[in-house]
Design a protein around this ligand. Sequence first.
Ligand SMILES: [Zn+2]
Length: 131
Amino acid sequence: MTQFTRIQNAGLAYRLGELDQQLRTDIRAALLQSGDEKYLDLAGRVHDLGDEAVANELIETGDELIERHVQELRAIEAARRRLADGSIDRCVDCGDDIGYERLLAYPVAVRCVVCQRRHEKTYAHEDTPRM
Ligand SMILES: [Zn+2]
């Protein structure tokens, strides 16, 4: 596993922050677009998404797009933990490097390209996140 420089780590943290903001904006927009008054209050609390109660309320809207966004936000949280403990570059399947370029493009990646392809072939029926 390659140790990233502090600048590289900061770059990944920045990308995670960007994705995080984008997803929250999208979730808020989806809630407001629903036109359902009970979601107005929820839209105002999307910034508290670290809060499991808010995340669960969002899942309970039954909106597929919102649910997917919440899962992506959870993946971002997990990536932040991996970044903090220095394991973000380690493929969860084979233990090899994921690679900085790949992480920069797709910072929630948990597998190297080879393992990701194999994973997608094996679980082709499953919904894969759009990121
Ligand atoms: Zn791998």
